[in-house]
Design a binder for this molecule. Structure first.
Ligand SMILES: NC(=O)c1ccc[n+]([C@@H]2O[C@H](COP(=O)([O-])OP(=O)(O)OC[C@H]3O[C@@H](n4cnc5c(N)ncnc54)[C@H](O)[C@@H]3O)[C@@H](O)[C@H]2O)c1
Length: 487
């Protein structure tokens, strides 16, 4: 087999079997030759680092033996995650930042007796967020949309005593009633993703008495800010998405890794490789940055289309061709990273080699018009092809890492959920006014410092030489010399 392809398969196997992150992780490759070289290059391009001799690194290091194909984590063979309960426990073991913040909530009694709703994609990491809040003394209930429900995880969560309004078999006509039934449980705080439930609660007048909501995503905050402008927002919202400990990692590294590796896994079924493939990433926000970087790490020739001049300029400085989507979509793997409906036009879909979505709003690719007069033929699960145009369509334009894979890697969601817990704490302790609020710098720093400590990352000592002096702000350039002063 082609050595780069073999290296890529090893890397993808690690990600699939563990749902763990590559970026920031200590990784070692054992063996010589082209497979080892290719693997080292790919891992470095995705942000992996060499292991140090620290005890923290010893537990976190992943070793690849290219000769045998063996992969170990912390010196032990990758363990089978097993059933839903096993996957929840495996995720919990690697969610140490959230666990630390939840222990603080429990110790301070911050959420004791509070009713907290968690409305998110239901998989093992979300299950742990709910369990951590319950353990900290909150009365927790979970909701997930049928398309975003892992039924086995929902069952395992119910077994552990958390009520779960999540039914993957629900008919579309029953979805609204199910979401309303969840909201009618009554909450003090809602942890939301996409602001679907926050918006529905406003439509139905169900926000009275809320301390507030916390919002996980870019696409969820946009309508909430519009509601604030229109005077329609009736509750405080903490913009968890915008915190550096969320966007800088989840949108950038997590979504990049999980979407691109899911795309590579799915394209395998159509016998298409990402390597040497022309790719077009539409949108160069944090998600687009991550998707483009991970596609490039796998050897794709990546171009970017952006409407924002600053972000287009950044893409050019990151070394990508930047141009009009119509021209660049021709024969390319097109990935939308905008979170804006109808980003990929029917014409672009039909011209592309393959299309996928990393953003995740309904209709982000205009599939409805692209299929007119054509047929979508199945190739494999989540993989179809337009019969005439021959475009491969991945999961009908669903948010690919969520609908066709396990979502963002565990340690990335650990940071996002630790940020959520910090936001809940801020809502409860500071009781902000109605409006969309940034999470305070102090809270973000606390999450980052906890994560750095947990991962054995040492901070440099701050320089104290000049900061203590009463005139430390004066420019040293124009300081009067001692001779001038005494003259
Ligand atoms: N799949 C996931 O797990 C996951 C994780 C995090 C965020 N998201 C979602 O991904 C989307 C993007 O997130 P982000 O933080 O990068 O958002 P962002 O808003 O910062 O960036 C989106 C970019 O797309 C550009 N854009 C919009 N329409 C365009 C068009 N027609 N052509 C070219 N460029 C266009 C915008 O100018 C902007 O720079 C959001 O919907 C977000 O909610 C998904």
């Amino acid at each position: 087999m082609d050595p780069t392809r073999e290296a890529e398969r090893l890397l993808r196997r690690f990600a699939r079997e563990t749902n763990m992150t590559v970026a920031g992780r200590p990784m070692e490759v054992h063996g010589d030759g082209p497979v080892a070289d290719a693997l080292i290059q790919m891992l470095a391009a995705m942000g992996a680092r060499a292991a140090s001799s620290s005890p923290a690194d010893a537990a976190l290091t992943v070793d690849f033996d290219v000769a045998t194909g063996a992969i170990t984590l912390g010196g032990a063979p990758l363990r089978e995650r097993g059933d839903a309960a096993g996957r929840i426990d495996f995720a919990r073991d690697h969610m140490r930042v959230s666990t630390g913040l939840a222990a603080e909530l429990r110790g301070a009694g911050t959420v004791r007796g509070l009713r907290i709703g968690v409305a998110m994609t239901l998989e093992p990491k979300t299950a742990n967020l709910a369990l951590l809040l319950a353990d900290a003394g909150a009365e927790v209930a979970v909701y997930a949309h049928p398309d975003e429900t892992d039924p086995a995880v929902a069952a395992a969560l119910r077994e552990r005593g958390v009520p779960c309004d999540a039914d993957a078999t629900l008919e579309p006509r029953d979805e609204r009633a199910a979401a309303l039934a969840f909201l009618r449980r009554g909450f003090d705080v809602l942890i939301d993703d996409g602001s679907h439930l926050t918006r529905l609660a406003h439509e139905e007048g169900l926000v009275d008495g809320w301390l507030g909501a916390t919002e996980e995503t870019t696409s969820g905050l946009t309508p909430l800010r519009a509601m604030q402008r229109d005077g329609a927002l009736a509750t405080p919202v903490v913009a968890v998405n915008d915190a550096g400990t969320k966007t800088g990692f989840d949108n950038r590294y997590g979504t990049g890794q999980s979407c691109v590796l899911a795309i590579a896994d799915l394209l395998d079924a159509a016998d298409v490789s990402v390597r040497d493939q022309h790719a077009l990433v539409i949108g160069y926000g944090p998600v687009g940055v991550g998707v483009a970087a991970h596609l490039r790490a796998l050897g794709a020739r990546v171009a970017v289309a952006e409407i924002d001049p600053l972000r287009a300029l950044l893409a050019a400085h990151d070394g990508y061709e930047v141009g009009a989507a119509d021209a660049l979509a021709e024969g390319a793997l097109v990935v939308s990273a905008t979170g804006v409906a109808a980003t990929v036009t029917a014409h672009q879909i039909r011209a592309a080699r393959a299309v996928a979505v990393a953003g995740g709003v309904p209709g982000e690719i205009d599939l409805e018009h692209a299929v007119l007069g054509d047929a979508l033929e199945p190739i494999a699960e989540h993989v179809e092809q337009l019969a005439d145009a021959r475009t491969i369509v991945l999961d009908r334009g669903g948010c690919i890492n969520v609908t066709a894979a396990e979502g963002n890697p565990i340690e990335i969601m650990d940071l996002s959920f630790a940020t959520q817990l910090a936001a809940v704490r801020e809502l409860v302790e500071t009781r902000p006014a109605v409006g969309v609020h940034a999470l305070s710098e102090a809270a973000v720093d606390h999450v980052a410092a906890t994560a750095a400590r947990t991962r054995g990352i040492q901070l440099a000592a701050r320089s104290v030489r000049s900061s203590g002096a009463p005139d430390h702000w004066r420019s040293p350039r124009y300081r009067i010399s001692t001779e001038q002063e005494t003259a």
